[in-house]
Design a protein around this ligand. Sequence first.
Ligand code: COA
Length: 499
Amino acid sequence: MSADLSARIRHPGLLDRITTPEAAAALIKDGMVIGMSGFTKAGDAKAVPVAMAERASTDPFQITLITGASLGHDIDRMLTEAKVLARRMPFQADPTLRKAINRGEVMFIDQHLSETVEHLRSRQLGPIDYAIVEAAAITEDGGLVPTTSIGNSASFAILAEKVIVEINLSQPLGLDGLHDIYIPSKRPTRAPIPLMACDSRVGTPYVQIPPEKIAAIVITNEIDSASSVQPSDPETSAIAHHLIAFFENEVKRGRLDLTLQPLQAGIGTIANSVLQGLADGPFHHLRLYSEVLQDSTFDLFDAGKLSFASASSITLSAPYAERVFGNFERYKDKLILRPQEISNHPEIIRRLGIIGINTALEFDIYGNVNSTHVDGTMMMNGIGGSGDFARNAYLSIFVTKSLAKDGAISSVVPMVSHIDHTEHDVDILVTEVGLADLRELAPRERARLIIDNCVHPSYRAQLDDYFARASARGGHTPHLLEEAFSWHTRRRETGSMKI
Ligand code: COA
């Protein structure tokens, strides 16, 4: 055995479980429920799912696949093309799987990310037959040291009948000690989660499972897929600018100080750009209590603006991955990765007073937000953690560009075609046009502000006209029901929402 491997598999009794991805994949049978690691392309199992897809070409089988969130390495694409996925939850972001979901071929359950393991634990879902999880190492007593994400992996491994571990040699051993695994106790006598600050450590640095549950160990050596976050553009920079001006004003009014409240920022380019923008503001000693740490986290550390970051995964572009993991000791004591039920836990989000910044596909004149369904029918990715944060945040902020598809779509519409976040859970809306602070406003006041501040000028008169005619008809939340979705149907019929 190589020295590298003995540092990775420290429990000597487990060395005989090392096998090939094909042999591990052969353990998976038709109809099984599989819990797999992976959260926003970080820390996913990389070899066994590929072998599962290959096996299905000669030996068809179907499974229910539960992960933390989206996967990298085209794994969802491969499993979809091999027709392995009967059911998939709680989040995905793969174009091939998305199409299969929208054709009705894969049953997708779009779930709040904090909730999945509660359902497993209470046997409303599952049981899990096999957990397939990536680890950086197995400790002397059989504990699993996770890699760049935890997601649902800890509970998958604890609750599964059997566990397949992928030891990834490309994941640095320096990750050991980064994680904080806390598993809430049983309800209804559950104790409060003793997490009082972003940097609280309340659990163990590894996942403790009986070593005899480990059915197979596969050795891999492949880095995480790089994030596809795009550089800031004039619109995302304008959104960041509006938000920073808003925070500065909140400080002036004595509602926040320059350290703000702990921040959560969603996935993607806009959220990354907004956080990057904070590096240029007057803020300092910022804290992140988020779900995913993107490139911007490390820009904020390097700018001396960020004190601590807690999340469930680290998802970086290729140059940032080299910079961060090549120099990990520089950041390690300012980071914690947690299970996603803890990073997204309503109790903690409410206790810490998180400022949640998430992205909308569209929002309406009263502040209802659609994050998931194009035209109310076609699934994009899923609600992810946005609902966990929006519902419980100190400030719930949604951002989006005012236009999509070269102006054929207005992201501000009379009535959203699907609601993920109701007007009751939305405080602030921001587009590149401007910001609407909806706090303590009645629906008619909200509509006025949203139309004046957030709508693209090319749609403003059209939306003004809708609101004026709806208001004349009356109601607390005025609408013309026969026209409320006419913008969406017009786009379907003519290619554009414009009259
Ligand atoms: N109608 C139809 N399509 C729209 C649209 C609308 N109102 N608004 C945006 N789109 C399209 C864009 O054109 C783009 O399409 P493309 O991929 O063909 O270019 C796509 O949706 C993505 O939009 P983009 O503006 O690039 O934003 P994004 O990459 O930041 O994604 C969400 C936006 C809403 C899809 C994404 O943030 C998401 O999945 N959110 C839900 C999960 C979540 O919020 N998690 C947060 C906790 S981490």
